[in-house]
Design a protein around this ligand. Structure first.
Ligand SMILES: *Cc1c(COP(=O)(O)O)cnc(C)c1O
Length: 370
């Protein structure tokens, strides 16, 4: 059985999430649905208690540690409940019962979703909010007054909806730095060992929905409460090597294949970053060359390399753009339902040629209309 031309099916998938996955990974996934090589069983019917799956988890932990350059005092966990569950699990562990507020940045839709969940557990100080400015820029260091007594700092490295990305590490080294990297995890090198905890669900940049990667330092859990539900206690998950209950075997396996692809076919995070930078530059160049026909949402300095959000002169033209793009084979270009407009998501699995095709399409669309 052969896949139809996946260039047609997946090659022009600009979806904000679940996002495009590399073709070579999809072909291995296709094979594994029937029988995993060397095992002879479908990936959908292999026990999570098998030695094979324990080896999958161990290899994936090691690949992620290696890609991020992290030492053995970081745990690597594969949890369920998406990034949304981390919005609660984190403050349940580090904020409940505390009197000093945790520091949160409110830089867009997703960091905003983390706030009410944290407030349920303890005091929160919003260090900076871009809400009144419509989340079109990120704060400079001069606007951020980090306090030494905060239990932790939480921020989102890449605001998926608005297309805003921090191109630096925030905060103080004496306060645990915690980051939701759901939409730019493993997209570029970074100072990952300066974070006490990083989390990222799979379905933007890593694989299918169903699994969330959590990387955290052992010392972060020293004062965690003893009365957490087992499922929501990082220590239980650590002790069980992410197999506390039935984990999403399929999703974890696909993330393993993606981690191998990143290492072996792409050549690691620096090589991935070089490709991602070129993809983003291609689309932003198309925007900047349009003399205002396409208007980027994000301030230049804070432009995301993963999600390019922009507007056309009217909602009617935006609807026309999306329809014409769809007819030309592109998919997933409609902006998030909260803000509308257009969003081109350029996750790791999307090829440079796809970004180039979109840039050409943008120029053609404009030349017919302005
Ligand atoms: C999509 C997204 C989320 C929500 O993730 P779920 O897995 O659906 O809970 C959280 N944070 C960021 C940055 C996202 O892009």
């Amino acid at each position: 059985m052969k896949l139809p031309d996946s260039n047609l099916l997946n090659g022009l998938n600009f979806s904000g999430g679940p996002g495009a996955l590399p073709e070579s990974v999809l072909r291995q996934v296709q094979e594994s649905i029937l029988a995993v090589p060397g095992v002879g069983l479908s990936i959908l019917g292999i026990s999570h208690r098998s030695d094979w799956f324990a080896a999958v988890v161990a290899e994936l932990e090691s690949n992620i540690r290696q890609l991020l350059g992290l030492s053995a005092d970081y745990h690597v966990l594969f949890l369920q409940g998406g990034a949304t569950q981390q919005f609660s699990m984190l403050p349940m562990t580090l904020l409940a019962g505390r009197t000093q507020p945790a520091e949160y940045l409110h830089t867009g839709y997703w960091s905003g979703k983390a706030l009410p969940e944290a407030r349920r557990e303890g005091p929160v100080r919003v260090l900076w909010s871009g809400e009144t400015e419509g989340f079109r820029r990120l704060p400079s260091d001069g606007e951020l007054d980090f306090r030494a007594d905060a239990p932790y700092l939480h921020y989102v490295s890449n605001e998926t909806v608005e297309g805003l990305q921090f191109h630096r590490t925030l905060g103080r080294d004496d306060v645990p730095r915690i980051c939701d990297m759901s939409s730019d995890f493993l997209s570029a090198p970074g100072e990952f060992d300066r974070y006490a905890m990083i989390y990222a669900h799979a379905q933007k940049n890593l694989g299918p929905a169903g699994v969330t990667v959590v990387v955290l330092k052992d010392e972060l859990l020293r004062e965690a409460p003893d009365n957490l539900p087992g499922f929501l206690d990082y220590r239980t998950q650590i002790a069980a090597h992410s197999i506390y209950n039935t984990p999403p075997v399929f999703s974890i396996y696909v993330v393993l294949l993606v981690s191998r692809w990143l290492r072996d076919e792409i050549g690691g995070l620096a090589a991935m970053d070089a490709i991602n930078t070129r993809k983003a530059a291609t689309i932003y160049r198309a925007i900047d060359a349009s003399r205002g026909f396409y208007a980027g949402r994000a301030a230049q300095a804070d432009r995301s390399r993963m999600n390019v959000a922009f507007n056309l002169p009217s909602p009617a033209l935006e609807a026309e753009f999306i329809a014409a793009a769809q007819a030309a084979g592109f998919s997933g270009l409609a902006g998030h339902r909260s803000i509308g407009g257009i969003r081109a998501s350029l996750y790791n699995g999307l090829k440079l040629t796809a970004a180039e095709k979109l840039a050409d399409f943008m120029a053609d669309f404009q030349s017919g209309r302005s």
